[in-house]
Design a protein around this ligand. Structure first.
Ligand code: ZN
Length: 199
């Protein structure tokens, strides 16, 4: 690529964490896992975070909490985020709240939005088993399974236009969980590789 323009190497953008409003502040690399310490990026800090939603008074930084999130694996090595989140206390009523991290992950989610999409693509297009997804994300089978099912339902099944322009439909049945002999049937739009229905 003789015409390529190279930017300064940057873990945050390489891991696409800028898209989630996060910035990497540290890394802990092991042969079988990478842990990235992150915080909310300055330009992603919401002005609304500083004001109490109960009384409207200003909040003061109180302390921090950490949230652990599975991110998309890089080179099949699980990449886990250790996200430090600032908590504020209202100077008026004493209410305590934390920085908004909804760009990075849904409430109580254990996977980043990027990891959810990675897992869904892995399941639908690469035919990876949930066990393999869970291994690559370093989460439990149950965590991976429930996250992927919820995301699949949100992205594909809740889309009322999913049958628009469908030209070829294929039905695929594969073993989701070998030990339980649990089968999953998918009806796919073969042109877009999208699951139109699953059961
Ligand atoms: Zn208040």
């Amino acid at each position: 690529m003789p015409d390529a323009t190279f930017a300064t190497p940057d873990v945050t953008t390489f891991c696409r964490l800028d898209e989630l409003g996060l910035v990497v502040v540290g890394q802990h690399l092991q042969p079988d896992r990478a842990v990235l310490a992150c915080r909310v990026a300055d330009d992603a800090v919401e002005e609304a975070d500083r004001w109490c939603r109960r009384c409207g008074c200003e909040g003061r930084p109180r302390d921090t909490v950490t949230r652990r999130l599975a991110h998309e694996p890089l080179g099949w090595r699980p990449t886990t985020l250790l996200l430090t989140i600032r908590r504020y206390r209202c100077t008026g009523c004493g209410h305590v709240w934390r920085q908004d991290t909804s760009r990075a992950a849904g409430p109580r989610a254990k996977l980043t939005r990027t990891a959810l999409r990675w897992a869904l693509v892995g399941l639908v297009r690469q035919h990876l088993s949930v066990a393999r997804l869970a291994e690559a994300l370093a989460v439990s089978w149950t965590t991976a399974n429930s996250a992927v099912l919820a995301e699949g339902r949100r992205v594909l099944l809740d889309d009322p236009a999913r049958f628009d322009n469908v030209q070829v439909i294929g039905v695929d049945e594969h073993v989701v969980r070998h030990e339980a002999l649990l089968f999953r049937m998918e009806v796919r739009d073969l042109r877009r590789f999208a699951v139109a229905a699953a059961g």
